[in-house]
Design a protein around this ligand. Sequence first.
Ligand SMILES: Cc1cc2nc3c(=O)[nH]c(=O)nc-3n(C[C@H](O)[C@H](O)[C@H](O)COP(=O)(O)OP(=O)(O)OC[C@H]3O[C@@H](n4cnc5c(N)ncnc54)[C@H](O)[C@@H]3O)c2cc1C
Length: 386
Amino acid sequence: MGRGVKIFTEQHEMFRATVRAFVEKEITPHVEEWEAAERLPRWIWPRMGELGLLGVEYDDTYGGAGADFLTTVVLCEEMARSGCASLAMAVGVHTDMASPHLYWTGSEALKAKYLPGICRGELLTAIAVTEPGGGSDVAAIRTRAVRDGAHYVLDGAKMFITNGATADLYFVAARVQAADAGKRHRGISMFAVERATPGFAVSRTLDKTGMRASDTAELSFQAVRVPAENLLGREGVGFYEVMRVFQRERLVAGLHAVAMAQRALDDTIGYVRERQAFGGPLSDKQVIRHRLADLATQVEAGRWLTYAACAKFAAGEECVREISMVKLFTAEMVNRVAYECVQLHGGYGYMREYAVERFARDARLMTIGGGTSEIMRDIIARALLP
Ligand SMILES: Cc1cc2nc3c(=O)[nH]c(=O)nc-3n(C[C@H](O)[C@H](O)[C@H](O)COP(=O)(O)OP(=O)(O)OC[C@H]3O[C@@H](n4cnc5c(N)ncnc54)[C@H](O)[C@@H]3O)c2cc1C
């Protein structure tokens, strides 16, 4: 990654080597076992914590590494390149989609209480925004949080929550004020909810097409009393904070999509060089060479679109339009790559024993999770036609 123009420093490359060595030794040999078990082993979290991979950008006061956003970029690339997209997603949720709510909007007391455990991998986190009634229309959230003395009382349900069955701490979006007709996005806040809180339950673990080693759950909240100090940020403006973390989430999704596509393409190039047909390797046939050339071009376009948005994001610039383009382009691209890579593997591409088969199932999520392609097009169109 990062060929050509140099965007990573020597330090980033050293970090990349550490993550890659960890992946090759401790992840790759187990991918099939975890996919079959439909769970990641719990030891993976403290192990990653020990290696300093679970809070790379967080301040060292809380157990983080105080590194920059490009370090996160490297982590995402290497996790997704592992061939275990389930793990990349579970880790991405913990480090870049759930815990950032606490880091960026939580009080000092909450950060001191939870972040060290999050960085050590002792406290697994999840982000609960989507509801059974809908995910795209975030402003339509129906889970309620009603203030009652020193607590908020939460009632509602959440759907499709990654790490939902196994997390210890959930960041939950709930409505604190009724939606105002003109300002539907007002009145939503985020709450840190501990798993052991009475009234909270994992209703069911969901059975998915892909990303099978990552657990996804439906959650139920019935009169869950959450201490008022577990409110993140200011009451009622949570939606805007959720949207800010969504930008990070969508960049991470773009990085994952590109790294997954690159890995599948590399594997497929290896396959067509070996596979013989009509008196020679598939890699000698011009139509196949051209198809690979097209795929490599698309992956490269996705990579640099993503890097450009990463640079803007890291500089603190407004880049919602660019990030939406990254999410849209890379999610659609990884699915085109998946389709073609399966095709180039012929019958073996349809067999469970080949990694490309799992890749195609995993990739399918990318146009849905973290904001669908349709919603990305809507955001981009709004920027073009305000
Ligand atoms: C494996 C997995 C993991 C997930 N992890 C999490 C998680 O950790 N936390 C979390 O909160 N959520 C999570 N999600 C939820 C995910 O973000 C939602 O599925 C997604 O936002 C879409 O919401 P929905 O499924 O309710 O679809 P809907 O919103 O019902 O949309 C259905 C279809 O209609 C389209 N559509 C909707 N509105 C419009 C419109 N205005 N114009 C055109 N088309 C439209 C959509 O694009 C989609 O194609 C996860 C989902 C999956 C599948």
